[in-house]
Design a protein around this ligand. Structure first.
Ligand code: ASP
Length: 465
């Protein structure tokens, strides 16, 4: 018999069906055994009546076991019916239960909200945690949002392109994660903090409209809304102005979230300059929702732009605030080339803010070699150091590069906005612990002596503190 999904059972009243899934609940009442079964589509109640051939197996079937159940779909007796609920008016009269995989006693209740369970336990058994309704909802919502954004971008002539994970450092204001090279002992790849340089090189390569659902890997202090790994909807476009990129993103986000049933507070998204935002909210990310909006799950998107390009380093030099590859605003290009009033130079950076979070950011890029060079000079790099860092970009820009700009939206932040979750790990399938350990598996781990020898790496004992 072919499997029927639980969501479709109501169409089969009076028929014999085969369902496959998990045992959520088992209530053994002696002569009768009641079950709740679930699959990815829903839940249904089932019962084994006295004298049924299935009674012995029913009594051996632990909760969370995986089962195949043959049963007849019948209307529930009126006094037990729950008309408003999916499958509330039907039940399964069980004929046979096949235990496809028995479950040991689970370490925590997966049929309830698991947010109160200790992080270590939850993440060590993440595959169980993922069975909970809230986690199922969050991860499926994430998939739906990404799908809708992808579809929007394909409709706008974008090409989805993957860029390397083993690469050179691309600064986004964090430390790099590095990977030792076996072929080149003593040398290291960096994992990308973003695909920034490759996506710009794709513009030189003539793709004009690129996107990628990209991993960004940053060795930064772990916080509620920050992890070592996150996913970005990474976009780059040729022959565009700041306005064009912002409009594309605004249309993509609005279309996606509205199709998912959410309300956007204000359209077009209100815009604030960095100075206005700091004056009004004391921060460059802020929450425009009223209490009522909060209760109704409204999404209050806004743009912040006209950020300072540079900020002072603790040593008294200059560093970039957002992105060294950005173009200053047109009126300030001369000022950058002359390195005059550096603190007052504004960049073409635009950040998307939603409900108190920074949901994304991007800029128009410096596609002229002299402008990019001037950024590195301002930050105190010598000609040789600049060449070493970004010589490949300066070279590429000698061969006809379209003016271009882009943005990256943080998928986790977007989903946190949709779900109201305040922790990044609630919207990632396998997040890190706060201490930087992987879910389920035990990385980071030591290497064997053989691996270290192959990589030409020697571990120094930690100096006694
Ligand atoms: N690299 C991104 C950009 O497109 C920003 C980011 O990754 O945060 O500007």
């Amino acid at each position: 018999m072919e499997r029927t999904f639980i969501k479709d059972l109501a169409e089969h009243v009076g028929e014999s069906v085969l369902i496959k899934g998990w045992v959520s609940v088992r209530r053994d009442q002696g002569k009768m055994v009641f079950f709740d079964f679930r699959d990815m589509t829903g839940t249904v109640q089932g019962l084994v009546t006295p004298g049924s051939a299935a009674i012995t197996t029913a009594k051996e079937t632990n909760r969370e076991s995986v089962v195949a159940v043959t049963a007849t779909v019948q209307a529930r007796p009126e006094k037990n019916a729950q008309p408003g609920k999916t499958n509330g008016t039907i039940e399964l009269l069980i004929e046979a239960i096949e235990i496809l995989s028995p479950a040991a006693v689970v370490p925590f209740e997966v049929n309830e909200d698991t947010s109160g369970i200790g992080e270590e336990t939850r993440l060590a058994h993440r595959y169980l945690d993922l069975r909970s309704e809230r986690m199922q909802r969050n991860i499926r919502l994430r998939s739906e949002l990404v799908r809708r954004c992808r579809e929007y971008l394909f409709g706008e002539m974008f090409t989805e392109i993957e860029t390397p994970l083993l690469t050179e450092s691309t600064p986004e204001g964090s430390r790099d994660f590095v990977v030792p090279s076996r072929l080149h002992p003593g040398k290291f790849y960096a994992l990308p903090q973003s695909p920034q340089q490759y996506k710009q090189l794709l513009m030189v390569g003539g793709f004009e409209r690129y996107f990628q659902i990209a991993r960004a890997i940053r060795d930064e202090d772990l916080r509620a809304d920050r992890g070592f790994e996150h996913t970005q909807i990474d976009i780059e476009m040729s022959f565009v102005t700041q306005e064009d990129v912002m409009n594309t993103v605004e249309a993509m986000v609005t279309q996606a979230v509205e199709a998912m049933g959410y309300t956007v507070k204000e359209k077009p998204f209100p815009r604030f300059t960095y100075v206005e935002a700091m004056e009004k909210f004391g921060a460059d990310k802020f929450d425009l929702r009223t209490e009522e909006d909060k209760q109704n799950g409204v999404l209050a998107y806004a743009w912040v732009h006209r950020f300072p390009f540079f900020e002072k380093t603790p040593e008294g030099g200059w560093t970039f605030t957002h992105n060294p590859f950005s173009m200053p605003i047109p009126e300030h290009i001369g000022q950058l080339l002359e390195k005059k009033d550096v603190g007052e130079i504004l960049t073409t950076q635009y950040d998307l803010v939603c409900n108190g979070y920074e949901a994304g950011g991007g800029s128009i890029r410096a596609h002229k070699p002299e402008i990019l060079r001037a950024v590195y000079e301002t930050m105190g790099y010598s000609a040789e150091e600049t060449e070493e860092r970004i010589g490949h970009m300066l070279k590429a820009f000698e061969f006809g590069v379209p003016p271009h700009g882009g943005i990256a939206l943080g998928v986790e932040r977007l989903i946190m906005n949709l779900t109201g979750e305040t922790q990044l790990r609630e919207v990632q399938a396998f997040p890190m612990t706060r201490g930087g350990q992987t879910s389920v598996m035990k990385a980071p781990k030591e290497l064997t002596g053989e691996q270290l020898a192959e990589l030409g790496i020697q571990i120094k004992p930690k100096p006694a503190s």
